[in-house]
Structures are given as C-alpha cells and as structure tokens.
Design a binder for this molecule. Structure first.
Ligand SMILES: [Zn+2]
Length: 167
C-alpha cells in the first residue's frame, strides 16, 4: 500500500470514522497535563481524535476545575483511567506563589490572590495530584490513577511511583 493510501485510510478510520464521532473516549482515558506549549499530548502519547480526554492547566495540577472535569469525564463520558502528566522545567516549579501573584498584580494593575499550584519538588507535585485524585469522591474510578514525568531535555517519559515510607 502506498503511503498516500495509508494516510487516506487513517483519515477515514480516525478522523472521519467512528472514533471521531463517538463522544465517549474510545480508550476510556483522561490525561491531566500542563498547558506548556512544548507538550503535544496527542503526539507524545499517540492519541487520535476520539481516544481520550486531555485536560490542561498551568502545571497539570489537580485543581478544582480539573477535578470537576474529571468527574464529568468518568461519570458521564465513561472514562476509567487518569494519567497525570507533568514535565520538567515547568514554570510553576520555577516561581513561588507570591512571585507569580506579584507579577500578575503588576502586569494587570489589579490585586491577584488566587491559588496557582506552584511547587518546589516536581516529583512531590505529581504524587500530590495523584493522591488528590485517588481521594476525590467525585470520581467513579480511583484505582487507575497514575502519575508520570515527561523529561523535555531527555525526551523521555517515566512513571512516578509512590515513595517508600522511611519507617
Ligand atoms: Zn508546566
């Protein structure tokens, strides 16, 4: 089969076919990741239209809005797994809450005091978000919440596993 035939087939199967028309994600997967422009979640994870929900915010944090979206994703649209995908060199790890709030205040001329989700340890931030999701009663399925770190410089993806407790 020529490459052109192959991509035309892909278009029929995935963009024009059922996968792109069914509202429920075919892979029953939701990905929570950062809005960072360097991350192309679909390309990185091989997702096609119809495959998964991708919820993005600054930091890929399990914020109130992300939790609400995931509640809808699972209870209404049938997803069962949540992949928390953070990355190296995240802006939220390079600034403190007060730094960012001051900069937003200075830039807008209006006081800004909303929570932004800054963190000091990127691995802790992933674990914190995974824990928050596992403890969130708005989710139907909390047994398959897993955290990952995407290393931009190394172009590598690795799972962030639970730290063994010291005692
Ligand atoms: Zn980021």
């Amino acid at each position: 089969m020529d490459a052109i035939d192959h991509v035309v087939m892909n278009a029929h199967l995935h963009y024009l076919g059922m996968a792109a028309r069914v509202i429920e994600p075919v892979m029953k997967l939701a990905v929570l990741t950062c809005m960072d422009a360097r991350i192309d979640a679909a390309a990185l994870l091989g997702l096609r239209p119809g495959d998964a929900h991708v919820i993005r915010n600054a930091g890929g944090r399990a914020s109130g809005d992300a939790l609400r979206s995931l509640a809808i994703s699972q209870a209404i649209l049938g997803t069962r797994e949540v992949m928390v995908l953070h990355h190296t060199d995240c802006a939220l790890g390079r600034f403190t809450e007060s730094d960012l709030a001051e900069r937003i205040t200075a830039a807008t001329g209006h006081p800004f005091a909303e929570e932004l989700g800054c963190f000091t340890d990127p691995i802790d931030a992933v674990l914190e978000d995974v824990d928050r999701l596992r403890g969130y009663t708005g989710l139907v399925h909390r047994d398959k919440v897993r955290g990952f770190m995407y290393d931009l410089a190394a172009n590598a993806l690795r799972e962030v596993l639970e730290r063994k407790s010291a005692c």
